[in-house]
Design a protein around this ligand. Sequence first.
Ligand code: LLP
Length: 420
Amino acid sequence: MHHFSRLDADPLRPLCAEGVQLSDIAAEVGTPCYVYSRATLERHYRVLDESLQGVAHMVCYAVKACSNIAILQLLARLGSGFDIVSGGELQRVLRAGGDPRKVVYSGVGKQADEIAQALRVRIHCLNVESEGELHTIEQVAAGLGVRAPVSIRVNPEVDPKTHKYVATGLKSSKFGVTPEVAERLYHAADRSPHLRVVGIDCHIGSQILELDPFAEAVGRVIELAERLRGQGIAIEHLDVGGGLGIVYQDEEPALPHELGAAVVAIARRHQFKVIIEPGRVLVGNAGLLLTRVVGTKTQGNKQFVIVDAAMNDLIRPSLYGAWHRIEPVHLHAGRPLQHVDVVGPVCESGDFLAQDRALPAMQPGDLVAVFGAGAYGFSMASNYNSRPRAAEVLADGEVYTLIRARETVQDLWRGELLLG
Ligand code: LLP
């Protein structure tokens, strides 16, 4: 569900973000530009939060999906917590007014200064990803004279049936620890005067469409948690990670309320508080990338539509072969359908937003919307080819707000130094 549709719901009229015409945004802010819909984001958050009402819970939005501080601020105001993976993300959350007591900190490779920063602001817990990390956390906590709240990220060895780059719960992945190692780490943590066990967690991957992998993973994690409880180790919360998929093309993902109901049932039966770390399902379809056609080109038997957004703005098609729906903002009568590659100006043959896509014939200056770009769109953008990163705006009813100004070339070389 999202609030990007055609004016007056007429399929022949221009595309809008809520009540704002995308062409107005393009005229004022320029392109490429990320456009988010506040109503969509808020609705997604509420649906998920309400689905967990039957149990004490915390929705911890995965900041990496879209980390603009205005987006974080909106979520913080709705009561959201945050799943972070770096000191930088923690600072964003604090800047946005997020409550550190609702922050969980995941990720392999947390460094001592990042851990210290998290402990100083008293986050809810650190999701521990290795034995070495547990020792580092213990040392940092000892140095600060505090007890660090920890949860061990268990790798339940479940295949999430998703792209291999975003599957994280297999033995071959760098994330989490096996249940056997986790058991040992829980005992070590329980004995330490500088650590406090608060929960257990897993995260098996992203863009997962079925409930089964979640159920299987949670089942294995609970088995371990119950054994540890039997050994006298108190585990209060169960963090089921993120990963619920969305519709990009014709997928039929399980719905948030279905996942919520399944989690509530398990958590009640085993008396856990619940944490969930959704990213994509909250913001993915709440954002699109607005871009303008620079030109068209025919080469061999290929037709290219060259737009002003590129892989540096949205890397998902190049990196994962991801499919994003593309539509012209204005539909013009009499333009035939053509099979085209929609490409950007970056000097890589892997720079494309779509390949062999049937679209109405395009002309320079036409505006194009790339849907489903709210998650892992701007947050994965780079400056490759010295391209300033896009502007970001938030549509809210009949108005929109600039939430990130377009970068300038001077922004890009800030910090670079000429030789004397
Ligand atoms: N929790 C942890 C520990 C994570 O690593 C992630 C995502 C999430 C939660 C949120 O997962 P989500 O609900 O968004 O699936 N760049 C890729 C996705 C990478 C996901 C990384 N981890 C993409 O564009 O498809």
